[in-house]
Design a protein around this ligand. Structure first.
Ligand SMILES: N[C@@H]1[C@@H](O)[C@H](O)[C@@H](COP(=O)(O)O)O[C@@H]1O
Length: 270
């Protein structure tokens, strides 16, 4: 695993966007050759989306031949609700770029048959040839997508009942009223993300520091589902200084000493 430690959230956003730009550019998507990208929601990736929109407007990247799969969606929230992940993706990213909406997939949390919807999503990923780069965020309890503590580390896309910590963390989006946060969500499984060729997890803020330490310095543990990526062949954790506060000094120094190597990953996207 690579751990990329950057100054603050805005540098994380810029680095992550450059990494996406570089990966898409070197893949050279075109007709019959689509780049398949997994995407997160939440506050953390917002800055990355803004940078990617800038790159698109500057003519440095096109999403015309990019297919996207989002990680998760609430159950029962209308698609046009400002907190639905459909609404978020459209407003924060898709409407600003040249993506073909037919290739921008978000789970339907209002599908009449949620189990069938999850299967349809997995089938679509398989038909697209699998995800090349899955970008993720985590909750303060170390969950990836909505794979709450105790989730199977080989899980696939399914319905999940949200943990109290997640309801607490997300109530800020629902007028600070926990009773308004949907109790269930559809989410890709840990196994679904593990199947991607490459995974980039964005982690910023001191409230994520314990989760980062558990994920990096302790063993693989289903109580901190993001720790599963210790066993991924190409996983990058991109974090800010605040998120490192629970790591050992030795760990931080080691990964910082590799920054020259890490920056080669974005060398052509400067
Ligand atoms: N299901 C989402 C996760 O996919 C996301 O990573 C997490 C962190 O959100 P934020 O980036 O706002 O801290 O929030 C929710 O729980």
């Amino acid at each position: 695993m690579r751990l990329i430690i950057l100054e603050d959230a805005s540098v994380v956003a810029d680095w992550a966007a450059r990494f996406v730009l570089q990966r898409i550019t070197e893949f050279a998507p075109g007709p019959g050759r689509r780049f398949v990208l997994g995407l997160p929601t939440g506050g953390t990736p917002l800055g990355m989306y803004r940078r990617l929109i800038d790159f698109y407007k500057e003519g440095r990247v096109s999403f015309k031949y990019v297919t996207t799969f989002n990680m998760d969606e609430y159950v029962g929230l209308p698609r046009d609700h400002p907190e639905s992940y459909h609404y978020y993706m459209w407003n924060e990213f898709f409407k600003h770029i040249d993506i073909d909406p037919a290739h921008a997939h978000v789970l339907d949390g209002n599908a009449p048959n949620l189990v069938a919807e999850c299967k349809r999503f997995e089938d679509l990923i398989a038909e697209a040839g699998g995800v090349r780069l899955f970008i993720g965020g985590i909750g303060p309890d170390g969950h990836i997508a909505f794979n709450e503590p105790g989730s199977s580390l080989v899980s696939r896309t399914r319905v999940k009942t949200l943990a109290y910590d997640t309801l607490e963390a997300n109530k800020r989006f629902f007028g600070n009223d926990i009773s308004k946060v949907p109790r269930q969500a559809l989410t890709v499984g840990v196994g679904t993300v593990m199947d991607a060729k490459e995974v980039m997890i964005l982690i910023t803020g001191v409230h994520k520091a314990l989760a980062l330490a558990k994920a990096v310095e302790e063993g693989v543990n289903h109580m901190w589902t993001v720790s599963a990526f210790q066993q991924h062949a190409q996983a990058l954790f991109v974090c800010d200084e605040d998120a490192t506060l629970e790591l050992r000094v030795k760990t931080v120094k080691y990964f910082k000493s590799l920054m020259g190597e890490h920056n080669k990953l974005i060398a052509d996207a400067r």
